[in-house]
Design a protein around this ligand. Structure first.
Ligand code: UD1
Ligand code: MG
Length: 456
């Protein structure tokens, strides 16, 4: 039997109190709707229809598989109305429709596969993915009867007795396509929220003596719906634990996983050790045998093998094998360092290419610079890249030695194996093998102390 997915992602997300569509809020650095899209792909659906809001259309649309279609629900009139919006795109489809919600990012592909399997085995007209939870607040309650599901009653419409039921609707279902289409014609907004509830279809099926069965998920954490910021934080924590467990299973050491924050798209090599309070974001790739953290943030960057990054921030940059960063370095976008480069304490870099073996060990600003290999940059060196209107380049050749406290007024070039004298303000190019020095000769006044004391 063929499968069509209908993904509901057009809700307003009122309880989030946000300008942003709910399903685009991020869990571990990724819009939550993308997780469910990935899980759904495991069902190998013949059709994939996403119901989106005018506001979420573009971004949700971009995350969808290529073969899918999006339909805009102009007004969020309820989950039942949302499914109705999808039906015109499925009118020639007569298999099983799997309904998914864009706000349940923790559902796994394996659970969906098991749900569909059960639905087929039992030849049900509808199968509801349910969960037993300790706190059922906000969820629809499963009213069982006649060996199946009789009805789903929403929290806000439930009686005192029904509120005690701990088996809840997860918002994920399998339906026979033709029967779902027929039942959706019968739903009305006669409820506390004046919405068309998809859940009412279950009661209609039951009344028509159609077989509706529950399928209880093994781990109820999977089916948590995200409707508020507090639930978003819960989902983040659960997803983070999953991501970290996977990295550990793949050979990454995490000293304190609960204090290690790794986004969904990150890749980390074996034998890398991550210390606490570390954030690794975006699609960062870290090699093997690295030491990362404590208290480090790496965003959208590539880190080679055997690197060491401590107490530092690295953004949109590339570090080759054996690079050392920190403690207390700020590696800003566009920094590319070669093998074994050292960027030490209180150093800031930006749009800087630094060749293999070079060292910027302390207290420097290197921006808009091309630095060759085996260069030593002394403490306190500053590239003056900005003249108040334009950014200018500093170029330093291989093997150069930049004396401490050199001010490099760009545009300026220091040649291969050249030197600059400590404390110099370099405004003119220094040719290869030369010394650029700019400072007044030192005066020595003998017996100065004596003169001070005698007033002579
Ligand atoms: C829904 C279920 C509830 C279940 C819970 C599980 C209904 C009436 N209730 O409640 O039984 O326990 O999910 O998490 O279905 N959406 C649209 N268009 C709309 C309204 C919603 O596309 O007009 C989408 C939302 O973006 C969301 C999903 O449908 O992805 C569920 O909507 P939501 O408002 O979160 O429903 P709940 O109140 O959580
Ligand atoms: Mg919800």
């Amino acid at each position: 039997m063929d499968i069509a997915i209908v993904l509901l992602a057009a809700g307003q997300g009122t309880r989030m109190k946000s300008e942003q569509p709910k399903v685009l809020h991020q869990v571990c650095g990724r819009p939550m709707v993308e997780y469910i899209i990935d899980a759904a792909a495991e069902l190998k659906p013949k059709k994939f229809v996403a119901v989106v809001s005018p506001a979420s259309a573009e971004q949700v649309g971009a995350a969808l598989p290529r073969s899918s279609q999006a339909v805009v629900q102009k007004e969020a009139l309820g989950t039942g109305d949302a499914v109705r919006c999808a039906l015109p795109l499925l009118n020639d489809f007569d298999g099983t429709i799997v309904i998914l919600c864009g706000d349940t990012p923790l559902v796994t592909g394996a659970t969906l596969v098991n749900l569909v399997k059960k639905h087929k085995e039992r030849a049900a007209a509808a199968t509801v993915l349910t969960a037993k939870v300790d706190d059922a607040t906000g969820y629809g309650r499963i009213i069982r009867g006649d060996g199946g599901v009789k009805r789903i009653v929403e929290h806000r419409d439930a009686t005192e007795m029904e509120l005690h039921i701990r088996e809840v609707n997860t918002g994920t279902y399998c339906f026979d396509a033709a029967k779902l289409t027929a039942a959706l014609q019968e739903i009305t907004p006669a409820n506390s929220q004046k919405e068309y509830y998809l859940t009412d279809v279950i009661g209609i099926f039951f009344d028509h003596r159609e077989k509706v069965i529950p399928f209880q998920v093994a781990d109820s954490l999977e089916t948590m719906g995200v409707n508020s910021r507090a639930q978003l934080a819960d989902a983040e924590m659960i997803m983070q634990e999953r991501i970290n467990l996977e990295h550990m299973a793949n050979g990454v050491t995490m000293i304190h996983p609960a204090l290690t924050y790794v986004d969904a798209g990150v890749r980390i090599g074996t034998d890398t050790v991550i210390h606490p309070n570390t954030f690794i974001n975006g699609s960062t790739v870290i090699g093997s045998g690295c030491l990362v953290g404590p208290s480090t943030r790496i965003v959208e960057s590539t880190v080679g093998n055997g690197c060491e990054i401590t107490f530092s921030v690295v953004r949109e940059s590339k570090l080759a094998d054996g690079a050392i960063v920190g403690p207390f370095a700020n590696v800003r976008p566009g920094t590319k360092v070669g093998a074994k480069v050292k960027i030490g304490s209180f150093v800031e870099t930006k749009k800087a290419v630094i060749g293999a073996g070079s060292k910027v060990p302390h207290l420097a600003y290197i921006g808009d610079a091309q630095i060759g290999s085996d260069v030593n940059i002394g403490a306190g060196t500053i590239t003056c890249n900005f003249d108040s209107t334009t950014k200018h380049q500093t170029t330093i050749g291989n093997g150069a030695f930049i004396g401490s406290d050199t001010i490099l007024v760009a545009p300026v070039k220091v040649g291969k194996r050249a030197y600059t004298g400590a404390g110099s303000t370099i405004t003119k190019d220094v040719p290869d093998d030369s010394l650029g020095i700019e400072r007044a000769d030192q005066r020595v006044i003998k017996n100065w102390r004596k003169r001070e004391e005698t007033g002579a």
